[in-house]
Design a protein around this ligand. Sequence first.
Ligand code: GLA
Length: 393
Amino acid sequence: MDKEKLRLVRQNFCRVFGDEGDIRCYFSPGRVNLIGEHTDYNGGHVFPCALTIGTYGVARKRNDRKLRFYSVNFNKLGIIEASLDELEYQKSLGWVNYPLGVLWAMEERGKKADYGFDLMVFGTIPNGSGLSSSASIEVLTGFIANDIYGFKFSNQDLALIGQYSENNFNGVNCGIMDQFAIAMGKENNAIFLDTSNLEYEYAPIKLDGMKIVIASSNKKRGLGDSKYNERRAQCEEALADLQTKLDIKSLGELSEEDFEEHSGLIKDSTNQKRARHAVYENQRTIKAVEALKNNDIETFGKLMNESHISLRDDYEVTGRELDTLVESSWEQRGVIGSRMTGAGFGGCTVSIVNEDDVELFVERVKRDYREKIGYDADFYIVSIGDGPVKVKF
Ligand code: GLA
């Protein structure tokens, strides 16, 4: 979080919406998942962390029922207007459907806003990069609504409300990982979350002499039109086949041995591969956190690499761009581990790299990517930050 950036957004807010009244300033992070991909809708474990990049928001309550939105990232769109009396998804409203969805989901939980608000946002998460810019806006909206309407939702509730709105208002069947990582973020810690019961623990990330490097493939990905929902449905079919003999509620309950013994129950061979990924990835995540606790970063890195291979071969969500980035990363000096992160089909990779080798790493992977793909990837050295905050000036 950079207070100077927020100050600039506040200035912009005053220019666009006027400077009178009670103007309040907020920040909500993005997230990166270190390991545990496509496990969160399979009752498995995930290991994400909140970032210090995210969404800045400046808001002021109105004295009518209008909602007005302005994004500094899309300033050509100007002010987008909506109303508390019409909380419905409308394609033409674009990103505004995320905050509207959250207000709608809060109404579903019995909390109705009396008056509208003006909201200006500015995101420092590369858009469509798989670092959860949408979940960041959802949690930001929930956090702001809590503050200006006096709602008392806990941060965990804000995560669930964000996910509910994304599933039921925006039509993406995402799991809980993104909103949870953002709402519950803690500086220098990743969150080891069991998505079957929302039990979680913080795990300190002490990367002495190492950095977390994110590479954005610049291949845009929209979750809604990607194959995300299809993967989820395939896992559900695989589970239903397994349930004909096994008493389980989710794929996350299976060990590798259980899976190997019973995988023949899954009729479709593609569904079998999808389920294998879900089961093995969950077990990898548990092992990776264990390794981290033992200060065994080498093993953690190896498990990251295996995660990518499984996402590439069994889950088939990587694609040429992400594979090029990761495969080049594996060849570079000082790389502990590298994998795609987020939903896949474009978006970003995450690598752990020795600090002294980062410069050369970026230079070489950038060069390889340009040669093979024909355009540039962008690189970010990121830090692990806190969940949403209100900032006073
Ligand atoms: C997206 C979804 C998450 C999760 C990941 C894959 O980010 O929003 O819920 O399923 O993909 O791990």
